[in-house]
Write a protein that binds this ligand. Structure first.
Ligand code: AHR
Length: 501
């Protein structure tokens, strides 16, 4: 089938905030212990962090990492994770019913992120704790040594320089009945407002993320955001959104077009935020922090309550295939296409737990299929997102109605003239003949730099420790740029990166 795309550098959506290429490290399963941190591993540095994993994190192109949860944070005492390691208590983590040894805490995490030039994003516990503990943590992390006893405690723990953590999440998924300390929108809105006010007095330079809905199927979706923002509008910068996707009842077409749900969530939540602004006569605009998103086969997970109390070990280590990678690439395009309203996003999670990076204990670390669209998008989709006019057929889906079979996103770098096109063919049976008009870029005379695809004759193909490179991006032959027209073929179920200069 034919797809025609019109582009004009004069018509932009917004500038890509590099923070949309964030990830998430939770004290859950083997994300921290046995993931980023494995002191006995041959590549471990002097602090116990795996250098081979750090290398893959660098290659993935992640810009910031949210920590320490997730559901974990809602019963977390941050003080347990600082000071001499031998004195730290073992605690029962109520979220995942695991024993938390507290060997890694905020100091180790901040040190690890600094080494990788990543921004740490810290969540505070608004489940079982409140204003006092949140302010203490912020003071411990960000105030200069010599100013208060908490700042001095950090210095005494060997971290004289403040961690300088700029972005803070006011709790996690507080709308979810599974959350320890779950609250109504009014209860949470009040607590979030008071916590935000006190945190801003502690450090006026921080940015705050208030909890939005855990997914668009929550019964309170929309009303939760309205109520919470009525309490917090003037005190916060971003509202969070979370979404995990998987095929439901074998409906692959709906799964392949999951980004339609993400697009809908972003527009519903920003409209709700703008409604609150209108009622408040406020010119301020709240942006979205999509701080948990990914493919997650939740149907394979027995649920938190079904877990026996355990010392740790693997949890939700989904193995991703080619179709999953196409969905992940397509979700990133939805974030890009909303560059005017999405400021931060975090793929959940980074290592082992529903993650692009997997590790073998004492052995190799490897890239899942979903690693590749993330890494290439984070590397090349920087600059100004352009509006795309796409003319092509629609796919009938059970969950999202009739949606475009092909999605195309375009990111232009006005400084260099570079143009990055991202495209997905979400049709499982028919190739797409893509035709992009570049005539509006007349002066720039684009040439093709490369066309890479993530696709396979077997959409169920996966990578593994034994075959870590079974699925990798491959160059596409036959793509042409002539007389201001780009022509390319997009096979069924495939993701594409097309770079022009
Ligand atoms: O990422 C796994 C879990 O999913 C997080 O802990 C929670 O916030 C979400 O429900």
């Amino acid at each position: 089938y034919d797809v025609h795309v019109g582009l004009d550098p004069a018509f932009s959506v917004g500038t890509v905030d590099p923070r949309i290429y964030g990830s998430f490290v939770e004290h859950m399963g083997r994300c921290v212990y046995g993931g980023i941190f494995e002191p006995d591993h041959p590549t471990a540095d002097e602090h116990g962090f795996r250098k081979d994993v750090a290398e893959l994190v660098r290659e993935l192109g992640v810009t910031n990492v949210r920590y320490p949860g997730g559901n974990f944070v809602s019963n977390y005492r941050w003080e347990d994770g600082v000071g001499p390691v031998q004195d730290r208590p073992k605690r029962l983590d109520l979220a995942w019913r695991s024993i938390e040894p507290n060997t890694v805490g905020v100091d180790e995490f901040a040190h690890w992120t600094r080494g990788l030039d990543l921004d740490p994003v810290m969540a505070v516990n608004l489940g079982t704790r409140g204003v006092r503990a949140a302010v203490d943590l912020l003071e411990y992390c960000n105030l200069p040594a010599g100013s208060t006893s908490l700042a001095d405690r950090r210095a005494a723990n060997g971290r004289r320089e403040p961690h300088g953590i700029r972005t803070w999440c006011l709790g996690n998924e507080m709308d979810g009945p599974w959350q320890i300390g779950h609250k109504t929108a009014d209860e949470y809105g009040r607590l979030a407002a008071e916590t935000a006010r006190a945190m801003r007095r502690t450090d006026p330079d921080i940015e705050l993320v208030v909890c939005g809905s855990s997914n668009s199927g929550m019964p309170t979706f929309g009303s939760w955001e309205r109520t919470v923002l009525e309490h917090t509008y003037d005190l916060v910068d971003h509202i969070s959104l979370h979404a995990y996707y998987e095929p439901v009842a074998g409906d692959i077409d709906s799964f392949l077009t999951s980004s339609e749900n993400m697009r809908g969530m972003i527009s519903a939540v920003t409209a709700t935020a703008d409604h609150v602004a209108a009622v408040k006569r406020s010119r301020k605009r709240i942006t979205v922090s999509f701080d948990e998103w990914n493919v997650w086969y939740q149907s394979r997970f027995p649920g938190e309550a079904g877990l026996a109390i355990r010392p740790g070990g693997p949890l939700i280590e989904d193995v991703y295939d080619v179709t999953d990678a196409v969905v992940v690439g397509d979700l990133l395009m939805a974030l890009l296409d909303n560059a005017d309203r999405v400021a931060i996003a975090n793929q959940a999670q980074l290592v082992n737990v529903i993650a692009p990076i997997r590790t073998e204990p004492g052995n190799s670390a490897w890239r899942q299929t979903i690693f590749h669209p993330f890494a290439l998008t984070a590397k090349y989709a920087r600059g100004t997102v352009l509006q795309t006019q796409v003319r092509g057929p629609l796919l009938a889906t059970g969950q999202h109605g009739d949606v475009p079979a092909t999605r195309v996103s375009a990111v232009h770098d006005p400084a260099t003239g570079g143009l990055t096109l991202l495209a997905t063919n979400r049709d499982r049976h028919r190739p797409a003949a893509l035709n992009v008009s570049l005539r509006a870029f007349a002066g720039e005379g684009h040439r093709l730099v490369e066309h890479l695809t993530l696709g396979d004759s077997d959409p169920g193909a996966t990578n593994s420790a034994d075959r870590p490179d079974r699925v990798t991006p491959r160059p596409v032959d036959g793509t042409t740029v002539r007389d201001g027209q780009l022509e390319a073929t997009l096979p069924p179920t495939s993701w594409h990166l097309i770079r022009l200069h």
